[in-house]
Each structure stands twice: as C-alpha cells, then as structure tokens.
Design a protein around this ligand. Sequence first.
Ligand SMILES: *Cc1c(COP(=O)(O)O)cnc(C)c1O
Length: 373
Amino acid sequence: MKVPFVDLSLLHPHIKDEISEAINRVMESGRYILGPEVEAFEKEFAAYVGTRNCVSVASGTEALILSLRAVGVKRGDEVVVPANTCSPTWLAAANLGALPVPVDPDPITFTLDPARLMSALSPRTRAIVPVHLYGHPVEMDPVLHVARRYGIPVVEDAAQAHGARYRSARAGSLADAAAWSFYPTKNLGALGDGGAVTTDDDRIADHIRSLRNYGWHDGDPYVSHEAGMNSRLDELQAAVLRVKLRYLDTWNSRRTDIANTYGTNISNKSIVLPTVAPWATHAWHLYVVRCLERDLLREYLASRGITSLVHYPLSPQRQPAFSDKSYSISTSMVAMMLENQVLSIPIGPNLADAQVQHVIDTMNEFNIPTEAI
Ligand SMILES: *Cc1c(COP(=O)(O)O)cnc(C)c1O
C-alpha cells in the first residue's frame, strides 16, 4: 500500500463543480485584480479568524515582510524569531535589513519557549514573531506580557495554523498582526500562491493595503505615497479560497481524527508522539514525531510505501543565507537537537482509514536494529 505524504489533487474532486463555477465567474467578470472576490474573501476570512481586518497579499513571505514593515521594522533593527522554523520567517526580517534573533523552542510543543524570550531582547528589538509551528499555537499570554511591558509589536506567523486556537481565540487574532500563507499544501491552500494579514488595528491594515499596491492610497491611484510594491492576491485565487474556506473546519476535523487515532494506537517506545498543550487547539498541519534513529525510521517507512518528510532539516541560522552572521550555538541547542530527531508522517483530510492503519502498523513494527545502538 502506498501512502504519499500529501496528494493535493485528491482534495478537489468533490468540490470540482464549485471551484469550476468560481473560476468561470471570475473569467467572465472581466475583473482580475482587486475586485469583488478579493473583497469578499477578505471579509469572510476576517470573520473566520475573528479580526476587524484582513488584507490579502501575494504570499505568506510577503505577508510577513509587509506586517513587519507596518509595525515599524527598519534596517539595523532586531526581530526575535524561533530558532526552529521554516526559513521565510527569518527571511522576512532579513529582507528589511533587520537581524533575526533566535529563541529556542520548548521541546514538547516545538514552539517558542516564553521562558527564554527575555534573553533574546535588546534595546534594538523592534518586533517578536511567534510561529504556530506545525499548527500548534504558541503560548501567547507570557509572550504578549513581555512584549507589552517593553512596547514591542508582535506579529504571529500563522502560515501553518489555519483554524488553530489559543484558549478560545483563533490563531491570527492574538497579536498586533498575523501573517498567513495560502501555499497549496497549507490547511487552507490556493491553486497557486497567496497570503494575507489579519489585524484588529485599522492603521496597520490601511498601511498594508497601500504597500501591497505601489504605495497608492485607496481611491487615489497613480500617486505613490511611499515605496510600496505589487503584492496582491488575484481574483482567481480569492474565488477559489472562498470555496475552500467553507470546507476548512471539516478538513481540520478529519486531521484531528487522524492525529487522535495515531495518538491512541502508535505505541512504539522508541518514538515520541506530539502532544497538545491544555490551552491549545491544534490545526494538525503536520504530525511530527521524534526518534533518536529518525533516518532509519524514515527508511523503514519508505520500504513500506510511506513517504515522510523532515520539517526542517537545517535550522535557518545554519543555512548559507545567514552564514555571515555570528550566531552562537548556545541559543539554539534545542533547535539543533530537533533537527536530527523530527519526522513528519502523513496527515491530511484525504488520507483513507486503511492508509492511517498502515502507518500505525508500520510505526509499531519499527525496531531500532541492534547495530545502531
Ligand atoms: C509556508 C510558510 C511561510 C511562507 O509562506 P509562502 O506563502 O510560501 O511565502 C512562512 N512561514 C511558515 C511557518 C510557513 O510554513
């Protein structure tokens, strides 16, 4: 039996008619940029997240860059980021000429450890970017407490957390602004690239609305008030996302069912399963286990037709893009340990029960060969 890591084409057959209708509607409307679909999607996604505003943009990376710009990050500033994350979190700060400053994660939730936050702050800290990694929300109260005390803006990286909650509030509604990605593999994915910023702050929203469209002001075209850019979500993607947003909760609950089934049935002593903090509703973007013999586990799964992936094999501070910075290993010990142990096994709304069972059986059959001990 084959269990691919993700097969996105399987997500669409039962909504094919709705998606085709949306695409045709846009094609025939003659409006392709900043039209009614974008406006409607922004309203619907803001309502879903529970914020006053949603501003759609071209990608998650640009959502991060524009959010950081809107909260005042400039060249020479420092931006506090998790030591373990997908590199775009760091690249957003770097693209503004700011220095990403890592904080090690809590090894149990994999997310930013609030107890380590203080030691990453300096007088030049201009923003904190907690990442709801794998779909598990960051413990936000202590992060916000420190941030408010020192007047530092907080931008959530919610690219993996569509539908997650911290206590009763949705990820994306917890800080000054939140950056979203609609990359096709995310819990809410477009048929191409897309992103958004959600925020309760009207000034941040208006600023990003201008920045995404050449620095023009709404209703006053051809005058750039600052050096903006083109970072717009197009009407086609917005129309597709409107259809898919209606299925997000159903798809997420299938992800939760699979995570619970893995949690109850995988019982291999050499594999550590992910946990959910009592205040968290996990979006299960990824199901990430830990194993000291991760590479052997990965090979074993592959020999049984199961594809697994490593998120992420190299912490950003060890990547060539940041080799000119003098990062110390001591601030990222946990991240370095995780890099060698984490393995993401298949999870997604389109996995069949038999495939889930095959993953469980295979995980339970895995033995660390004695020569590896
Ligand atoms: C996917 C992702 C991004 C980048 O989003 P894009 O739409 O690919 O630019 C940023 N941060 C995290 C945590 C992500 O998973």
